[in-house]
Design a binder for this molecule. Structure first.
Ligand code: ADP
Ligand code: GLC
Length: 477
C-alpha cells in the first residue's frame, strides 16, 4: 500500500468551516480503494485534542514558531490522524481562523507555517518508521511545506501535490516576518513566494509544489483568467502543464436519503412530501403549491446571496418560498433577516446546524447556489442526491456537476437542474422563473428529480484520478 500525508487546516467530522473539511475528511476512505493509504495532519485545536481518545506522542519540538509542540498519533472516526499539539498556536477560544473581534488571528501566518513546517519534517524524517511517498497539501495553510522541505536534509525528495480549494485566501505576511517563519531569504523574490513586497504562502505552494490541482475542471480553466485568479492567474498560467481539475465527491453514506437518521428516509421523490411538510412547519412557512427552495451557505461575497435577495420578489410573486440557513458577514445576515421580516414566504436561520442542513435537503424542492465563483461546491451535490433540484450559477464546479434544463436536455431526459449566466440577479430571477414553470408540470418535475437522484456524486470517478496524479508525482524530478 502506498502512503500519502494529507495536510489540511480542517477535517470533518472533527473541525469544519466549509467544504475543505468535508473533502479532507472523505478523501482517506475514498483513496483506500485505489491502493493509497492517507494519514491526515491537522492542527490541534481544542475540539480536535478533545476528540482524541487514545493518543501517542510521536515527536516533540522544543520550539516551533514561539513555543513547544508535540505531534500526536491517533485514530478518530476511521481517520488516521497526526495532530500538531502546539498550545501557543491553537489552544484558544473563538473560530479557527478568526479571533473574537471577527478578524484573522494576527499570528495566522505562524500558525499555519508551523503546520507546513511539521509536514515537511515528517516527509524528511518520517514518524517512527512511517514515511509518506507523497504529500497532498490543501490550500494556503499547507502551502509552505515544499519550501521547507527543500531546506531540510531529506534522504529522498518527497513530491507534493497542492490542491486549491479557495484561491481567495493567500496567507499573506509582511516581509519582516521572514525569519520568524523560517523562510529562506533566497525564496523571497518574484519567482518565489514574494508578492508585491510581502510573503504569500499560497504563491509558495503554486511555485514549489510538484503538481497542482483544483476541485473542478471548469475552475481549473477559470483560475488562469484575471477575473478569477485573484492576482495569482499569472503564476497559474506559468504552471498550466501541471494544473488539473478533479471534481469533489460527497460522503454517500453520510448523505444518503434512504438511511439518513435526521430525516424521514425516502427512495423515490414522491416520498419527500413528509420531509417537505415538516420543513415548512419548522421554518414557519405556508403549505402551498409553489416550489420551496433552500439555501445552506456561508454568507460571504463569494456565495452571491445578495443577488438572491434581489431576485426574491419575482420568485415569491410566482408562488416560491425560500428557507435559508447560513452565517457569515454581519451585513448579509442583517439583510436576510430583513427580507424574512418583510416577506412571509422567506424564512431564515442564522447559524451553523449540520442536522438542519440534512432536513432542508430532504424537504426542499430546490437548492439555490448563486455563487460568483465556486471551485466545486458541495451543496448542489447534496441537492442532487436528495432530489432538491439545483439552481446554480454557471461557474466552476457548479457548471460541471449540474446538467442544465434547456429544451434539448429536457427532451433527451438528461437535465438535472437549472443554470444561469451571467451571474446577476436578473438572470437568477429568470432561472427561478423556469423552475416555477417546470415545477407546475408535475410529471416532468418528478422525472427531473429521479434523474438528479441517480446522478453520480460520490468519489468513484475522482479517487482514481487522484491516485493517477499521486503516481505521476513519483516520476517528477
Ligand atoms: P464552501 O467550502 O465554499 O463553504 P461548499 O459548498 O464546498 O462551500 O461546502 C460548504 C459545506 O458547509 C457544506 O457541507 C455545507 O452543507 C456546509 N455548510 C455551510 N453553511 C452551513 C450552515 N450554516 N449550517 C450547516 N452546514 C453548513
Ligand atoms: C472551497 C470552495 C468550494 C469547494 C470546497 C471543497 O471552500 O469554496 O467550492 O467545494 O472548497 O473543495
Amino acid at each position: 500500500m502506498r502512503q500519502a500525508l494529507s495536510v489540511a487546516s480542517e477535517c470533518a467530522p472533527l473541525i469544519k468551516t466549509g467544504g475543505l473539511a468535508d473533502v479532507a475528511g472523505a478523501l482517506p476512505a475514498a483513496m483506500l480503494e485505489t491502493g493509497w493509504k492517507l494519514r491526515t495532519l491537522l492542527p490541534g485545536y481544542p475540539s480536535v485534542i478533545a476528540a482524541l481518545k487514545r493518543k501517542r506522542v510521536v515527536r516533540e519540538d522544543a520550539d516551533l514558531m514561539g513555543g513547544p509542540a508535540r505531534l500526536l498519533e491517533a485514530t478518530v472516526a476511521g481517520l488516521d490522524l497526526l495532530v500538531l499539539d502546539a498550545p501557543h498556536l491553537y489552544d484558544r477560544k473563538g473560530a479557527i481562523y478568526l479571533g473574537p473581534d471577527g478578524k484573522d488571528w494576527p499570528d495566522n501566518p505562524e500558525r499555519f507555517a508551523a503546520l507546513s513546517w511539521i509536514a515537511a519534517a515528517i516527509a524528511a524524517e518520517g514518524v517512527g518508521d512511517w514515511r509518506p511517498d507523497v504529500m497532498h497539501l490543501h490550500d494556503w495553510q499547507a502551502s509552505l511545506a515544499p519550501v521547507y522541505l527543500r531546506e531540510m536534509d531529506a534522504p529522498a525528495h518527497v513530491p507534493s501535490l497542492l490542491t486549491i480549494h479557495n484561491i481567495a485566501f493567500h496567507g499573506m505576511a509582511p516581509a519582516s516576518r521572514l525569519e520568524g517563519l523560517r523562510l529562506p531569504p533566497s525564496g523571497f523574490q518574484p519567482d518565489g513566494f514574494e508578492y508585491y513586497g510581502a510573503i504569500n504562502a499560497l504563491k509558495a505552494g503554486l511555485v514549489y509544489a510538484d503538481k497542482l490541482s483544483t476541485v473542478s475542471p471548469t475552475y481549473a480553466r477559470e483560475l488562469m483568467l484575471p477575473e478569477f485568479g485573484m492576482g495569482l492567474d499569472g503564476v497559474l498560467r506559468s504552471r498550466r502543464a501541471d494544473l488539473v481539475g478533479i471534481l469533489n465527491g460527497i460522503d454517500e453514506s453520510f448523505w444518503d436519503p434512504q438511511t439518513d437518521p435526521e430525516i424521514s428516509p425516502f427512495k423515490s421523490p414522491k416520498k419527500k412530501a413528509v420531509n417537505r411538510a415538516m420543513l415548512i412547519e419548522e421554518f414557519g412557512l405556508a403549505h402551498t403549491d409553489g416550489p420551496l427552495a433552500v439555501v445552506i451557505s456561508r454568507l460571504t461575497e463569494q456565495k452571491g446571496l445578495d443577488l438572491l435577495l434581489d431576485a426574491l420578489p419575482a420568485f415569491v410573486a410566482r408562488g416560491g418560498q425560500v428557507a435559508l440557513l447560513g452565517s457569515g458577514d454581519a451585513a448579509l445576515e442583517a439583510a436576510w433577516r430583513n427580507a424574512a421580516d418583510g416577506m412571509p414566504q422567506v424564512s431564515v436561520r442564522i447559524g451553523y446546524d449540520e442536522a438542519l442542513s440534512h432536513r432542508m435537503m430532504a424537504g426542499g424542492d430546490a437548492v439555490i447556489v448563486p455563487s460568483r465563483f465556486e471551485p466545486c461546491g458541495l451543496t448542489q451535490l447534496y441537492g442532487l442526491r436528495y432530489g432538491a433540484i439545483p439552481v446554480v450559477a454557471m461557474t466552476g464546479g457548479l457548471a460541471d456537476t449540474v446538467i442544465r434544463a434547456n429544451d434539448a436536455a429536457l427532451v433527451a431526459d438528461v437535465a438535472t437542474g437549472f443554470q444561469f449566466f451571467p451571474v446577476t440577479a436578473d438572470s437568477l430571477a429568470d432561472a427561478l422563473g423556469r423552475l416555477c414553470d417546470l415545477f407546475a408540470d408535475k410529471p416532468a418535475w418528478e422525472r427531473m428529480q429521479r434523474r438528479a437522484m441517480r446522478h453520480p456524486v460520490g468519489w468513484s470517478a475522482s479517487a482514481p484520478r487522484y491516485a493517477a496524479l499521486y503516481e505521476s508525482l513519483g516520476q517528477h524530478p
